[in-house]
Design a binder for this molecule. Structure first.
Ligand SMILES: Cc1cc2nc3c(=O)[nH]c(=O)nc-3n(C[C@H](O)[C@H](O)[C@H](O)COP(=O)(O)OP(=O)(O)OC[C@H]3O[C@@H](n4cnc5c(N)ncnc54)[C@H](O)[C@@H]3O)c2cc1C
Ligand code: SF4
Ligand code: SF4
Length: 1023
């Protein structure tokens, strides 16, 4: 029998373990506290420091690591995406990450419809490669972009369409795995098994036969049961048989074993044909109970999914301008009160017509159930896709609740038979209110597994409430003959409920199985067998003893420094949350480790992870490291501020401040702002380099350089004479492989008379169609043709233009007199961690712009990173209301023009394009949803046929791509999709608004990319 783990013994072996792994394998070995801390959590409430982290490169590495661990008595914990919700991926063990190097398809057999893969392959990537064959692996978990097949098998994961396809256990055909002694065994059809797999199978069969009455009495008869080991392979209890022919497959014993029995080397999976057509019927309910009660009847029509969205989520979507229109396509009458619930009923198949008949059948059924006219028919594929997106976004909004109370997942996948679903959900709602909480319900009505998370504060009374709610929920599950663990596995959260579910005899048998497979008890101890109590606070990420160190951040994080009401979800006033780090810690703690930042599909997040696949170069890894630093859990020695420590530098090194996480992270973790905090603290510790100063003060000295005759020409020599570039690289760390922006003697600002026509007071400008146009450093000194083009376009559209310039200002003090005459957004100071300087310079600009903004005069920018500083960082610098007013008027040129065009007020005559247009969005543009207006505007050019390049960050990211130590990563980011897409279209215009994006494109493809202002100006018709 396994004993609970003695952590002290384990810790003693760390040094030997690391030494041997380094000597005997080719994998990456990590033992520092920050690296281990990044692997100490998953998407649960738990945390356990690994003994060490190992990222193997070859199968031999894994085999050797397992052997070394066995010899040293160190536990082993295999890990995929680390997105488990119950703590099964946390443990004081050697954590082995499969997700970086084990991503291959090993065998694809189209005739027999199976694929064999390595455990670290991500579901979406597998399905991406199968699409061309009209096949897919249909266990479509919500985390499809991050979940690995190994992890999905480990958890016996289930997708939205499990009613049609089953869970993992129904779709795995075989597993090759290492046993705890390093030996490989092949688990598949029991009748054909041999060797150690057969011996183990025989042993389990013996237990199952002895316990047949117990199995029949205690295994819930629902599809969604994932607790314990699948002892019922020998006496099937699942609604859907594990195999089609009734045979026994030993790999099913390993599915759901959470890394406790064997370490998967490869998995053979059953594929399904990709359905050609899908239709959606959306049933609107005035009563939640009725919705739940109807599910049992709806499933009889044979849908592939029946998914619930409750009123709270519908209202959240309706209150969000981006989702309002889409969610209202699902409503019978959007002028009426929001329904209490909707059910999304999907039918899919080979032909469209029979599916439409299914919708008619659904309408008739609802009529029979007393709800005639309650079904919205949605045959259109794009509308369906949008609606599924809204359902996901609704959950994200719910998860973004600020404050210490968080929606906690611990009973969110109990599965009950459909005939009891209505009574179960009503009773559980009453339980929540009894404990001062509330649940928002969503997800898989088809299989009786509704997700619901009460809001609990684990630092205060959360543990007690969790226990109380769990006890009452379990009584309900028993009453309705359901499964307590129906989707997300056992882990630390539900382990103790296994014996509750199956009774002592089966529980004992499970322990015997564990012992037979893993006599030393080294594979993921404490999960399934000998689990701790779910509310053991020593396992919590945020226990009552969790403490944040007092700290004064450089930016204003008070919006995060709040608490919330678990019933109304209202938050207290900014700054009242009691965070000793003034809100920064609470902002960092917003990361719940769901792993969404590990995606590789559309959008941007997280470019540094996309090229490195390292946890430390991932938004999640950064947030975890910051959290550990701010709560004093890292070994940070002799460093004044943990925030500015080397451990944080290591994770921030490749963060390109693209702001993608700000938008795409479900909980809004804003790492770009956090990087500013780090830079501020770090540079205070180590000082600024020459390169920092060169970047930071560029707006200050650009005017001087351009005004000294011949100096621009001399400086430009650096781009032509390699040794100068080399010398600069050596002295300043600016890569010699890069060309630098070209200095000019003749710039926008060198013609003072030329700007005279663009000087208006707010009063004068407000009397006419007028705009403020920002002349940023890059578009005024280096590419003034963009500024000129913008002036041409705005003038042609009938606008008077004011260009901010200090000569118009009355100087307030002596210092201002000596400064350059141009305003600046302070971006370059922020990039160098000089927050005070940024505040000073941005403050001046805000002061200048506020009177214009107060008169509702649009403030237009050309360079996205500069313009969005006014909408983003300016709001956390203590400028108050005036910054908010300015931010409301700040917009890119294309946002302004596209909004006018939409309102029918844009008077621009554009001639036809002679070649198509490719558009690349700047990351900040994407983060602020400003790509769509650019595309709309480009569509106004006849024949332009604009195509959006699906790209993440271009890799330049301000000064990042110029830095010698980052040049390679910068190029890799660009090569991920941007540059290849441009090369594929040699005859297109390439439009990119970011100055550094244009530079990257020029360096990588020798093609000129132009600002949108220039393509518009070039297509202005002469009339
Ligand atoms: C927002 C959100 C939504 C989710 N939605 C769903 C959903 O729709 N359906 C669902 O079922 N789950 C869902 N989950 C839970 C989780 O995403 C899934 O269980 C997922 O399949 C886990 O994959 P992973 O790669 O992250 O596994 P990990 O968390 O890394 O590992 C899971 C388990 O598998 C074991 N394991 C990993 N690799 C191996 C290996 N090579 N050999 C042996 N054991 C191994 C691990 O030790 C661990 O016990 C959701 C989670 C989140 C955060
Ligand atoms: S940073 Fe955001 S997306 Fe990434 S794991 Fe944390 S919460 Fe999820
Ligand atoms: S700002 Fe960009 S690079 Fe940095 S963590 Fe966020 S997504 Fe990743």
């Amino acid at each position: 029998m396994n004993k609970p783990l003695d952590l002290k013994e384990v810790m003693i072996d760390q040094a030997t373990l690391a030494k041997r792994l380094r000597q005997e394998t080719s994998g990456e070995v990590m033992t520092d506290s920050a690296s281990r801390g990044r692997y100490a959590t998953d998407a649960s409430i738990y945390q356990a420091m690994p003994v060490a982290v190992f990222v193997p490169k070859t199968a031999e590495d894994i085999a050797t690591a397992i052997q070394i661990a066995a010899e040293l008595g160190v536990p082993v914990l295999p890990r995929g995406g680390g997105t488990s919700q119950c703590g099964q991926t946390t443990g004081a063990a050697l954590v082995i990450d499969n997700s970086k190097y084990f991503r291959n398809v090993l065998d694809l057999n189209l005739n027999q419809g199976y694929v064999e893969v390595e455990p670290g392959i991500v579901l979406d990537h597998l399905n991406g490669s199968l699409k061309q064959h009209g096949l897919w692996y249909p266990v479509d978990v919500s985390t499809a972009g991050q979940a690995t097949i190994g992890g999905m098998a480990g958890n016996n994961s289930c997708g939205s369409r499990s009613i049609a396809y089953g869970n993992m256990v129904h779709n795995v055909l075989g597993i090759n795995a290492w046993l705890a002694n390093g030996q490989i065994a092949e688990f598949g059809n029991y009748a054909n098994s041999a060797g150690v797999a057969k011996q183990l199978g025989d042993f389990v069969k013996g237990l199952a036969n002895t316990l047949q009455p117990e199995i029949e009495a205690h295994f819930p008869k629902v599809l969604r049961r994932v607790a314990g080991y699948n002892l019922d392979i020998f006496h099937p209890q699942s609604e859907l048989p594990y195999t089609q022919d009734g045979s026994v497959n030993l790999s099913h014993l390993l599915v759901g074993s959470e890394g406790t029995l064997a370490y998967f080397k490869s998995l053979k999976l059953k594929l399904a044909p990709l359905p050609k057509h899908k239709v959606l019927g959306i049933v609107n309910f005035a009563s939640f109970y009725k919705a739940m009660d109807s599910a049992q009847h709806i499933v009889k029509l044979g849908p592939t999914a029946v998914e619930l969205v409750d009123r709270t989520m519908i209202d959240l979507a309706r209150s969000n301008p981006s989702f309002k229109k889409t969610i209202e396509t699902a409503l019978i009458d959007h002028t009426a009160q929001t329904p209490e619930a909707i059910l999304l009923v999907e039918f899919s198949g080979e032909a469209h017509a029979p599916l439409l008949e299914k919708i008619i059948a659904l309408q008739e059924l609802m009529g029979d159930l007393g709800l005639p006219g309650s079904v919205v028919s949605m045959p259109d594929a794009s509308l369906q896709k949008n609606l599924w997106e809204v359902r996901k976004a609704g959950l994200n909004i719910m998860m973004s609740l600020k404050g210490d109370g968080k929606p906690v997942s611990f009973i969110e996948d109990c599965a009950v038979p459909l005939e009891s679903l209505a009574d179960y959900t009503q009773a559980l709602t009453d339980v929540f209110s009894k404990y001062g909480s509330r649940g928002t319900w969503y997800a898989h009505a088809s299989v009786g597994t509704l997700h619901v998370r009460p809001i609990l504060d684990m630092r205060r009374d959360g543990a007690q409430k969790m226990r109380a709610v769990a006890e009452e929920a379990s009584a309900l599950v028993r009453k309705y003959k359901g499964a307590y663990s129906g989707e997300h596995g056992d882990g630390l959260c539900r382990g103790e409920w296994i014996s509750w579910q199956f009774g002592p005899k089966i529980n004992e048998a499970l322990a015997e199985i564990k012992h037979a497979f893993d006599p030393q008890g080294l594979f993921n101890p404490g999960k399934i067998i000998n689990p701790p109590k779910m509310d053991d606070a020593s396992n919590f990420r945020f226990s009552p003893s969790y403490q944040v160190i007092p700290l004064q951040p450089a930016l204003d994080w008070s919006a995060w420094n709040v608490q919330n009401n678990p019933v109304t979800e209202e938050t207290t006033a900014p700054g009242t949350g009691g965070d000793p780090a003034m809100g920064l810690a609470k902002a960092v703690e917003m990361c719940n480790n769901n792993g969404h930042c590990r995606k590789f599909d559309a959008e941007v997040m997280c470019p540094s992870y996309r090229v490195t696949r390292d946890e430390k170069h991932l938004t999640r890894g950064r947030a975890n490291t910051l959290r550990l630093a701010l709560s004093n859990q890292l070994d940070v020695k002799d460093e004044t501020s943990p925030l500015g420590s080397d451990a944080i530098k290591e994770v921030m090194e490749l963060c390109v401040s693209c702001k993608a996480c700000r938008r795409e992270c479900p909980t809004g973790v804003d790492m770009a702002k956090m990087k500013i905090e780090f830079l501020s603290a770090y540079k205070k510790r180590v000082g600024h380099s020459l390169r920092d100063l060169a970047v930071a003060y560029l707006p200050k000295y650009a005017g001087t350089i351009s005004s000294i005759p011949l100096l621009p020409v001399i400086l430009n020599l650096r781009n032509h004479i390699a040794p100068i570039a080399k010398l600069q690289e050596w002295i300043m760390g600016i890569s010699a492989q890069r060309s630098l922006p070209i200095w000019k003697g003749n710039t926008f600002w060198s013609k003072p008379k030329a700007i005279a026509p663009y000087q208006f007071s707010p009063e004068a400008l407000s009397n006419q169609p007028g705009v403020v146009l920002l002349a940023d450093t890059f578009n005024a000194y280096f590419e003034d043709e963009n500024l000129q083009a913008a002036i041409t376009v705005l003038t042609a559209a009938g606008y008077r233009i004011h260009i901010p310039h200090k000569s118009q200002n009355k100087t307030k003090n002596k210092e201002q007199n000596t400064c350059s005459k141009e305003f600046c957004c302070g971006r370059t100071y922020l990039a160098a961690g000089m927050v005070d300087k940024a505040k000073e310079t941005l403050g001046e600009l805000i002061d200048h712009l506020a009177p214009y903004a107060q008169k509702n005069i649009p403030i237009i920018g050309l360079e996205p990173s500069c313009l969005f500083t006014l909408k983003d960082e300016a709001l956390v610098m203590g400028f108050g209301e005036r910054a908010v007013t300015v931010s409301q008027q700040a917009q890119l040129l294309e946002e302004f023009l596209a909004s006018k065009a939409k309102a029918g007020k844009l008077n621009l005559q554009l001639k036809a394009a002679s070649k198509p247009v490719l558009f690349h969005g700047h990351c900040h543009q994407k983060s602020f949803a400003a790509v769509a207006p650019a595309m709309e505007l480009l569509k106004l050019i006849p024949n332009a046929e604009p195509q959006l390049i699906e790209s993440s960050c271009c890799g330049m990211a301000g000064s990042f791509g110029y830095e010698a130590e980052h040049i390679e990563v910068s190029k890799q980011m660009a090569e991920a999709s941007l540059l290849p897409s441009i090369r594929k279209s040699p005859d297109s215009w390439v439009v990119a608004d970011g100055t550094s994006c244009r530079h990257q494109i020029a360096d990588g493809t020798q093609r000129e990319a132009v600002h949108i202002a220039r393509i518009l100006a070039a297509h202005l018709s002469a009339e």
